[in-house]
Design a protein around this ligand. Structure first.
Ligand code: FAD
Length: 359
């Protein structure tokens, strides 16, 4: 029996070879959690919940339990996506029963409308979005995926199919998704600020520059986890990470210390950063070099004097190649354990946004 505060759901998936499907699911999910096997039964455990799989005659029985609706949705949709991916006989027809069965919208999807859009530095645009309940964007992480609908069309937002998969609008209704940090939350006004780096005529830049009051936009998240507690922080990145660095710095208590290394185009991109903590802030100027092409961040990080005998945490967000170099430095040279740092590729030079490459 599930614990009383757990949400539970189950389904029966008709399959010609349920045992092989069980094998495939178990080996796939072993990358994301702990898998235990007992004959025709498989059990998958992850922070999102538990999944039990049982191969029976002509069907795979799946039962899940998760601590909240968002996690339950993640577990159900992920099982459904992979069953469809691994199914050799076309798309099996099945539906979930139990908690969340009547939910037709992603639990962490939020409808928003543009309140205002204004330039805060020559290359940074602040878009203020009104949401129904800004408090819902406080927990779970610091960034969201902004879903930009096509201009002059009534937006079609993602919905959940009976089998748990997400139905994304296609064709003329296709949404453009871009990941941005929530720079600040104003619960009284129920608004959030998003600071968008302007570059070229990219989808994100065009959206931020042309955003008009009342424009609809979707948000999924927040994700990426909460601010990790430490005595000393290294917060480092280019201008795409400036919003997260500033937000973290603002949240730190007075007894914390932080070294901030921020790469920007030039001094016109510097922003005031306030904090109760003791902050050592350095701006690194590219002075004409293209974003993502310098070793300014790496040299600055290598020169940092790491404090001894205190709990430390390092956050780095920048271009993919730079992030990889810095991640290797933190892991190999500084021997930082996984839970004490994150070096994330926030964007990829000359290409599509990285698929949340973080570790
Ligand atoms: C967790 C997380 C938080 C983030 N927070 C923010 C944030 O608060 N503000 C913010 O502006 N960005 C943020 N980013 C980065 C942002 O998601 C990417 O820069 C994204 O690629 C922007 O989309 P786009 O439509 O502007 O460009 P894309 O359509 O993705 O790319 C078009 C072209 O522009 C290049 N490009 C992409 N980003 C940049 C850049 N910054 N400078 C120069 N060239 C670029 C690409 O290489 C590509 O050639 C964040 C990313 C992550 C993963």
């Amino acid at each position: 029996m599930a614990e009383p505060d757990m949400l539970v759901a189950s389904t029966r998936i008709p399959l010609s070879d349920p045992a092989t499907m069980l094998e495939k699911l178990c080996s796939h999910f072993a990358e994301h959690g702990t898998v235990t096997r007992d004959g025709g039964i498989g059990r998958l455990e992850s922070p999102f919940g538990t999944v039990e799989l049982e191969a029976a005659a002509g069907a795979l029985h799946v039962s899940t339990r998760s601590p909240n609706l968002s996690y339950l949705f993640v577990v159900k949709s992920s099982v459904a996506e992979h069953v469809v991916e691994f199914s050799p006989d076309g798309v099996p027809v099945f539906a979930w029963s139990g908690d969340g069965s009547s939910v037709s919208e992603i639990p962490f999807f939020h409808r928003a409308t543009v309140r205002s859009s204004r330039r805060i530095t020559p290359r940074m645009q602040r878009v203020t979005l009104a949401v129904e309940d800004a408090g819902k964007l406080e927990d779970g992480g610091l960034h969201v995926r902004v879903l930009i609908p096509p201009k002059r069309r009534v937006p079609v937002w993602p919905s959940i199919a009976g089998d748990g998969r997400v139905i994304w609008p296609k064709g003329e209704d296709e949404l453009t998704g871009r990941v941005y940090t929530i720079r600040s939350i104003d619960k009284a006004r129920s608004t959030v600020d998003i600071d968008v780096v302007l570059h070229d005529d990219s989808a994100g830049s065009v959206w931020a520059l042309s955003a008009q009051p009342g424009d609809p936009v979707g948000l999924t998240g927040p994700g990426g986890g909460e601010i990790v507690l430490a005595d000393w922080y290294l917060l480092c990145g280019d201008e795409t990470a400036l919003p997260v660095i500033a937000r973290i710095a603002e949240s730190l208590p007075s007894q914390a210390r932080a070294t901030l290394l921020i790469e920007v185009a030039d001094d016109g991109e510097e922003q005031p950063i306030s904090s109760a903590a003791a902050i050592d802030l350095s701006w690194l100027h590219r002075n004409g070099a293209e974003a993502g092409t310098t070793d300014l961040l790496e040299r600055a990080v290598r020169a940092v004097e790491w404090p001894e005998g205190v709990v430390t945490y390092a956050l780095i967000g920048c271009e993919q190649v730079q992030a990889r170099a810095l991640r290797a430095y933190l892991r190999k040279d500084r021997a930082l354990p996984k839970e004490r740092h994150i070096a994330a590729a926030y964007w990829r030079r000359g290409g599509e946004p990285p698929l949340q490459e973080r570790d």
